[in-house]
Design a protein around this ligand. Structure first.
Ligand code: AMP
Length: 481
């Protein structure tokens, strides 16, 4: 097995890796670090949880340890789709550059930017940013990108989903042609392929296997659920969620509950809280301090249930989650893979449970096609005396045959009236009427992207989000030891 010490990394970086407790590189690190250190472009096809962040931070620190930053001209740039991911990348730099004198700045929305301006004025080695904020800053004349020697695009497929590709292309065109590019994406959609063909030069392609979605350590199941009446479905569905959680009992030490829409994230979190569950929401419309507080609580174990949208939860490093509940079937099959990958990490056992209403059956079929497996059906926990939730052969119902007629076969009988009456008003004032909203994206960032697209003639529909002032955050400069 390869050791980090064989990878030609700076000894001070090796020391920090050792202190972080890592011995051997993960496959993406083993594949990406050597070509990156040789100055080659890298195309990394890997998703979060594979160690991909260190696969670009470690060679970057090694390369940047030589040389000095110039005023307003960052030497390297890391682009991330969301604030949380950008902050996580910044944390990685803190961890691995602790023995190297490097300066960095973080340009993301929702945090004050005074000190970042000063840092950038002085010159930074690493600039970590979301695309919209970076361009805002650039347009204000505060920043020059002509000194960028290394540019990283992280989670490019998510950038695509969020409408950032025009921004990314613009940023590429503002950096020198001679820069080195390290580009990461979990999937290679045609648009991503086009970007890499345009902006990467003979990249070394490193692909690590998709996270196993049917791995033995992640038990999966889905409850096929139909509300007794359309207007009661939402509240009855929340009741099903609570029943699933209750049935798991102490086995469920902590969980991420995914909803497709921001409004549902809020409603589900509020409803759970009302019923005495320790839950908090996270999505792109919440202010940054609240998002940070919620995440910190979830990481340190003081918060048990994180109710999240895909964008907010994407890429978050939460080491041990016992359960993932998909309150909604995700609209993109790929998101199912990302969601359930939050549990069963590092070989631990995990459980992924999903609720599917009739209109989501097509999406469920897409997921099963993608993961090439049928997800075991589970009896409606509200209808069984002892809810069958352990995923054993006896308890789990056989999957419905893969056919167009599934929806009629899998529709469960309505809930008993007593349960319905209890459930109808349980989510408090936010539950009625349930607003329709688009699937969640980091709205302030996305709306900037949309504005730019509109300005450049690309039609983008929708928006209505406010544009919060952008801000940057200060990091302590670490001294060399
Ligand atoms: P990432 O895919 O970058 O989000 O990383 C996922 C997790 O893997 C993080 O908690 C890292 O700290 C951890 N990690 C990164 N590199 C290694 C390694 N070589 N060995 C073990 N864990 C690692």
């Amino acid at each position: 097995m390869t050791k980090f010490s064989e990878l030609n990394l700076n000894p001070k970086v090796l020391k920090a890796i050792e202190e972080a407790g890592y011995e051997s590189p993960t496959p993406i690190q083993e594949g990406a670090i050597p070509p990156a250190l040789e100055g080659k472009d890298v195309l990394g096809i890997a998703q979060t949880g594979t160690g991909k962040t260190a696969s670009f931070t470690l060679p970057m620190i090694t390369m940047l340890a030589r040389g000095r930053a110039r005023a307003r001209m960052p030497r390297s740039l890391v682009l991330c789709p969301t604030r949380e991911l950008a902050a996580q990348v910044a944390e990685n730099f803190d961890t691995y550059a602790k023995h190297v004198k490097l300066t960095k700045a973080l340009l993301i929305g929702g945090v004050s930017f005074g000190e970042q301006d000063k840092l950038i004025d002085k010159g930074v080695d690493v600039l970590i940013a979301t695309p919209g904020r970076l361009l805002d800053h650039f347009e204000r004349g505060k920043l020059l990108l002509t000194g960028v020697q290394i540019m990283v695009v992280d989670e490019a497929d998510r950038m695509l989903d969020m409408g950032f590709i025009p921004d990314i292309e613009r940023i590429f065109s503002l950096t020198p042609f001679t820069r080195q590019t390290l580009f990461f994406s979990a999937t290679m959609a045609p648009e991503i392929e086009r970007i890499t063909n345009t902006f990467l030069s003979a990249p070394t392609r490193v692909e690590v296997a998709r996270q196993a979605t049917t791995g033995e350590n992640i038990a999966q199941c889905v409850v096929m659920f139909k509300g007794s009446r359309k207007d009661r479905e939402a509240s009855e569905k929340r009741k099903v969620l609570r029943a699933l959680i209750d049935a798991e009992g102490e086995k469920c030490t902590n969980a991420i509950i995914f909803c497709n829409r921001k409004t549902d994230v809020d409603i589900v979190a509020k409803s759970l809280k009302k019923y005495g569950y320790d839950a908090a929401p996270i999505h792109g419309d919440l202010d940054q301090s609240q998002r940070t507080r919620t995440l910190d609580g979830f990481r340190d174990g003081s918060l048990r249930f994180l109710v999240a949208s895909d964008v907010a939860a994407r890429g978050l490093d939460v080491p041990s989650v016992s359960h993932v509940f998909n309150f909604d079937v995700p609209g993109h099959a790929e998101d199912y893979v990302h969601r359930i990958g939050r549990t069963g990490r590092a070989g631990r056992d995990g459980k992924a449970m999903m609720i599917c209403v009739p209109r989501d059956e097509k999406n469920l079929a897409d997921i099963e096609r993608l993961v090439q497996n049928e997800i075991p059906r589970l009896g409606n926990p509200l209808q069984s005396a002892t809810p069958p939730v352990d995923g054993t052969a006896e308890e789990v119902r056989k999957p419905a045959p893969r056919s167009r007629s599934r929806s009629s076969k899998s529709s469960n009988t309505p809930l008993p009236e007593s349960i319905i009456t209890e459930a109808v008003s349980e989510a408090g004032p936010v539950s009625a009427p349930e607003p329709k909203s688009a699937p969640e994206h980091d709205s302030s960032e996305r709306s900037r992207a949309q504005q730019r697209n509109a300005a450049s003639g690309n039609k983008v529909i929708g928006m209505g989000d406010h544009l919060p002032s952008f801000i940057a955050l200060s990091f302590q400069e670490r001294s060399a030891s």
